[in-house]
Design a protein around this ligand. Sequence first.
Ligand SMILES: Nc1ncnc2c1ncn2[C@@H]1O[C@H](COP(=O)(O)OP(=O)(O)O)[C@@H](O)[C@H]1O
Ligand SMILES: [Mg+2]
Length: 276
Amino acid sequence: MSESPPLSVEGITVRFAGIVALDNVSFEVEPGSIHAVIGPNGAGKSTCFNVLTGVYRASAGTVRLGDVRLTGLRPHQITRLGLGRTFQNIALSPRQSVLENLMLARHLLTRAGFVSTGLRLPNATREARRHRARVCEIAEFVGIAPLLDVPAGLLSYGDQKRVELSRALCLEPKVLLLDEPVAGLNAEESRTMAQEILDVRAGLGISVLIVEHNMGLVMGIADRITVLDFGRCISHGSPAEVQRDPAVIRAYLGTGRGEDAAAAAQLGAPHGEAAQ
Ligand SMILES: Nc1ncnc2c1ncn2[C@@H]1O[C@H](COP(=O)(O)OP(=O)(O)O)[C@@H](O)[C@H]1O
Ligand SMILES: [Mg+2]
């Protein structure tokens, strides 16, 4: 098991017409760690994710995976260099089987490419067989092997999220990026997902970067947390340190949104403070 390189985010600034969505944000995802980026609605979490994966361009700053500079590269190049991601809204192909959905991810890694695969050249067939074996291994690891032949659209929401996780793993990432992995899941499904994320780290040795609104999940599994508010990094540390930081609770209570207040309550905001 090779250790993943550190993912370094240095001084990232993103401007949209009139607003600064990220303002000089820096943090490092240490090898083999689970790192969470949290913050109230509109804090810049998704923007941060989109910069890391090459969907948005930063106005300033650098993202590096080990010694390799990712800033300015295109999303598929970044994926190939080792950043595998899931999407906040499930983006599986509903009529295709789970296996086909996972094989699509493998195509990104395929040297033979679509043409020779279509012609069934011997090399391509061998390569396809190898990819299929690896996909089955990953499905086994995540516990969705019995679902491989089922059309993705027929699965429960929780199982679809697990297929999404498997699909990201099929990209053989060095760092796995998860965008709200438990959004929309019930309590039991959330616990299963939390365990799977821990298993991924323990079993595959890859680092995990999570953007998440669910404080229970984040506090339960993250090693380090970066807290954003209005595009700025307002706190950074272990779950215990962040949970104690009054600036973090203030940020969540300040938005006036129910879900942010609920997050503050999970952080341990004194009773009644949410009403102020
Ligand atoms: N494509 C975009 N164009 C203009 N403004 C954007 C765009 N994406 C995000 N923003 C703005 O950037 C800020 C941060 O948004 P976002 O990263 O989605 O926050 P979060 O994911 O933490 O809720 C918000 O003010 C949002 O309206
Ligand atoms: Mg978001």
